[in-house]
Design a protein. Sequence first.
Length: 559
Amino acid sequence: METERPTDFIREIIDEDLRLNKNKGRVATRFPPEPNGYLHIGHAKSICLNFGIAAQYNGTCNLRMDDTDPAGETMEYVESIINDVRWLGFDWEDRLFFASDYFERLYDFAVELIKKGKAYVCDLSPDEIREYRGTLTEPGRESPYRNRTVEENLDLFRRMRAGEFEDGSRVLRAKIDMASPNILMRDPVLYRIKRTPHYRTGKKWVIYPMYDFAHCLSDAIEGITHSICTLEFENNRPLYDWIINELIESEDKPKQIEFARLNLSYTVLSKRRLIELVEKGIVSGWDDPRMPTIAGMRRRGYTPRSIRTFCNKIGVAKNDNLVDISFLEACVRDDLNEIAPRVMCVMEPLKVIIDNYPEGKVEEIECANHPQDPSFGKRKVPFSRQLYIEKDDFSENPPKKYKRLSPDKEVRLRNAYIIKFSHLVRDESTGEIKEIHCTYDPTSKDGPPADGRKVEGVIHWVSATHAIPIEVRLYDRLFTIEDPASKGDDFIKYINPDSLKVLYPCYGEPSLKDAKPKDRYQFERIGYFCVDVKDSTSNKPVFNRIVSLKDTWAKLKVN
């Protein structure tokens, strides 16, 4: 599926640019995150798009940290971004860049604008700037400092850099048009004073360029041809073009193209909302397996290929829409179906004693590691007189069409024998079923029993004397409603209280004792699971549910 050549409106623009020999036939893209948080599935869409286009057109894609705001930016986030992009399967070769490396050049660009009479130092406060900017229906008013001389502006800007003025006391603004219908073009701020040490440049700078100023010029410095960004930057495009046209003389100039950002159901993708989930302790961190971060999905057990497939399948749109998370889960499920070996694990154990099976006898049952792929080989699972099955696989009063074990129904143990209910033993204090007793048909192994009777139901099991105890974490959707982002600041009210259930002890077949962190399995009849990379130990293996075998939420919608 990844080998298909995608087509969309962005690629159509690139095709036309190539036909006209713009940028001398080059295609150069970039992925430019701000290192003030962890990447999420929305970023994955942009990563796949930018790197995918570069590969498709034999071009290049840079990885650049747009680190122009020192507040909240850290090397931790830089390293997490690098790890996430690399884990997704993309390589920027030697093209890792930082906007902070361009601070001197950006300052020179700002000086050039001042010399051209296209920028000025303004003393209005932030509130006053907003007030002077006007509204959607009324034009703005010119700052009283707008017509300072070039010499005065150069002097003030130099002194801003030297640290002579307090934070917020002065800014550098572009001189464009205070009557523009696009409010962003009404003399936007290009530089501000901010005495916050930068994680890379330390205290060298006390003025920092605004994102809109630094981003487009960083694109130009790196020779980017197509600056692909999400739809919320559509109104910023005139400013992007204005800065580029004022300062870049080359005919080869980057072109901004916007596409619809990814909105995913039953989750939030706003960085501010994700930070709130972390800081309020609603999740255990940025890599909590319920988080839509790439780190969280990686820890949960999602595969890079499944995420790439999802991003390619949803395509590139011009208008925002809400993508059903079940589509992502289906991509994960399809990928895991191909690569995950099968094992048996009992989540909520109920003891079964086979009364007519010889005491002390242990058989080795041969089981296929993957029913559709013989290359996975086979394994041997011990079978004994005492087993565990799932509580739900036995019913005293079964409903219609019940195909598991009940007083009047036989059932086959997967890859083993047919068993028949005999009697049960209850806990005297609680009345709950403590164990059930059965008999087995010795002629039923590896095929129909001797009398040829048919048994419909098949259940999984583990030997009680050989199984290893494990902890299982059942992760589910983080929110109970489809679009929690639409609830604004009240989004936390819709947290799913059942988004995590911890089961212990569950019992897995002995082969799981060799499971290593990140190993993925299909627990037969249950779902796909991954060994947790942080909390799992040799003494207590921890398995995260990646996805169930089927979309259980679809059933809830139907009901």
